[in-house]
Design a protein around this ligand. Structure first.
Ligand SMILES: Nc1ncnc2c1ncn2[C@@H]1O[C@H](COP(=O)(O)OP(=O)(O)OP(=O)(O)O)[C@@H](O)[C@H]1O
Ligand SMILES: [Mg+2]
Length: 501
């Protein structure tokens, strides 16, 4: 491997009350793919923000081509060829693809008006789009692109800016399996052309597939590095959490009981011509698998009263019920833990404690005064149970790491004594250690008699955790599998619409 052109040396970063990074060193050589892994709150994103010039380190230095800097500005980072592919992508929806690539650097016509030369702009964008295998055109409007395509566009833009290293912070967390594979191909192409990639992911099999070297962070320190030959799933897990992981599946305490919630020929607006019938049983974890876009989230939203049912009915404990709003659902003990924690789950400016008690506030709306002490005690209990990493529950949710935010969402719904809980992608962006905690929690809930529906695109997870599994394809149930018939192949066949008998 060529010599490193980029080195972070002894980086410290502290926030009030939190030491996010302690003496972290990391080097990157041209064309090298560095996997950066660690549990939620380990400091991965913070370290990358230091590199991207978004955050100034408290001490340490950044060595670029032999020159030391105490910190970088965003402009200096970009100038040095450091590019960030953000989780919240920075694109302009109202512009086309080419304009987004060259925003602020558009070729002009000259003359008194000096208008943008659209033809040259599009021609200039094309080679960068081709390099990352985009299947859309320079003149396509960004509003029409899928998330995966937007990500490709960000990478093309980074290349047009002369990127030498592309930082990807959990780039695959919202991608389908085939989109993920395509991204991994792009990463290999970047490598072949000498561009380096720093790849952060909780999905260790992806890291295993693409990284030349893995750096492991724990509690803000580098706890180890693995060269390519020694990158293995179990080794990475042990380094991240400092122990071995237990088997995913824990069987229920008792066999599942009767149906608590029966969906009878339910129809939603995404797939109006299809209908879904499904029975959620007491004490059972029912996995709902399928490809992204199969209609699982829409089904969950309809059951929770967010979207209107087009047809069919919902039966709870043998009686037909109407769920016209989330309020109705909550009154009956039906909860949805949504997948998009930023948009639907949390108020980032509020404290952990008040986020957790938010649904409580709904049900006690008549009370003018919320008991802050009770709120605090409940929040502390929940945070402890889920292992939310924070100094105290007065911390603003926005200051938590991504995975810890997800745990707060869970804590919020679990403090409500539910009868039915629908988890939509409950462990997206959550580290391996916390995943086990969340699975344990689901099992504990089920053992208390709660019926659980777990929507998950993570095959290892649905297979590992569910007692029974329903697989959706294009708005319909393609098949139901009992645990003894679980296999990746069986799930995938059903998910792509292969009919089995
Ligand atoms: N702006 C901030 N203010 C205060 N604390 C912060 C801030 N940003 C991060 N932290 C803290 O720094 C630590 C490291 O967070 P960071 O976001 O780097 O973790 P991470 O490894 O990216 O985790 P995840 O896998 O959950 O995304 C956490 O304890 C977090 O709460
Ligand atoms: Mg992060």
């Amino acid at each position: 491997m060529a010599k490193a052109f980029l080195e972070l040396i002894g980086i410290d970063k502290s926030y009030p009350g939190v030491q996010a990074l302690t003496g972290v060193s990391l080097s990157v050589a041209p064309g090298e793919i560095v996997g950066l892994i660690g549990e939620n709150g380990a400091g991965k994103s913070t370290l990358m923000k230091v590199l991207g010039g978004v955050v100034s380190p408290s001490s340490g230095s950044i060595r670029l081509d032999g020159q030391d800097h105490a910190s970088l500005t965003v402009k200096e980072a970009i100038g040095a060829g450091i590019a960030f592919v953000h989780q919240e992508l920075n694109l302009f929806d109202n512009l086309d693809v080419a304009a987004n690539v060259f925003i602020g650097r558009e070729p002009r016509m000259g003359g008194p008006l000096n208008l943008i030369n659209r033809r040259r702009l599009r021609a200039a964008a094309r080679p960068f789009l081709e390099r990352v295998g985009c299947d859309f055109q320079p003149e396509t409007s960004v509003a029409e692109l899928s998330l995966a395509q937007r990500q490709q566009l960000e990478i093309a833009k980074a290349l047009s800016l002369g990127a030498r290293v592309v930082i990807m912070d959990e780039p695959t967390s919202s991608l389908t399996i085939s989109e993920t594979n395509r991204l991994l191909d792009v990463i290999r192409e970047l490598k072949a052309s000498g561009v380096s990639v720093i790849f952060i992911s909780h999905r260790l099999n992806e890291v295993e597939q693409c990284a030349d070297r893995v750096v492991v962070l724990r509690d803000g320190r580098v706890v180890g590095e693995l060269d390519q030959a020694s990158i293995r799933h179990d080794v990475m897990i042990r380094m991240m959490i400092g122990r071995d992981l237990r088997e995913l599946y824990t069987p229920p305490a008792e066999p599942p009981g009767d149906g608590v919630l029966d969906l009878v020929a339910v129809r939603t607006s995404t797939y109006p011509e299809q209908s879904v019938s499904l029975s959620l049983k007491r004490g059972e974890i029912l996995g709902l698998a399928g490809l992204i876009g199969a209609g699982r989230t829409e089904l969950a939203r309809a059951v929770f009263g967010v979207d209107r049912l087009l047809g069919g009915g919902i039966i709870m404990n043998g009686r037909s019920i109407v769920v016209a709003s989330p309020r109705d659902a909550i009154d009956r003990g039906i909860y949805l833990v949504p997948e998009d924690r930023k948009r639907t789950g949390l108020i980032l400016e509020e404290s952990i404690a008040s986020n957790i008690s938010l649904p409580d506030l709904l049900s006690y709306a008549k009370l003018t005064l919320v008991s802050t002490r009770r709120e605090k005690r409940n929040a502390e209990l929940q945070c402890k149970a889920l292992g939310v990493k924070t100094r105290d529950v007065a911390t603003i949710v926005g200051a938590l790491s991504g995975g810890n935010q997800q745990k707060v969402v869970l804590a919020k719904w679990l403090s409500m004594r539910p009868k039915v809980v629908i988890f939509d992608e409950p462990t997206r962006g959550v580290d391996v250690g916390a995943k086990t905690e969340i699975y344990k929690l689901m099992r504990a809930l089920a053992d208390k008699g709660v019926a659980i529906l777990m929507i998950s695109s993570d095959l290892e997870e649905v297979i590992g955790v569910s007692d029974r599994m329903a697989v959706m394809h294009e708005g319909a149930i393609a098949g139901i599998l009992e645990r003894d018939r679980f296999s990746e192949e069986a799930v995938m066949l059903l998910a792509v619409g292969h009919v089995t008998h």
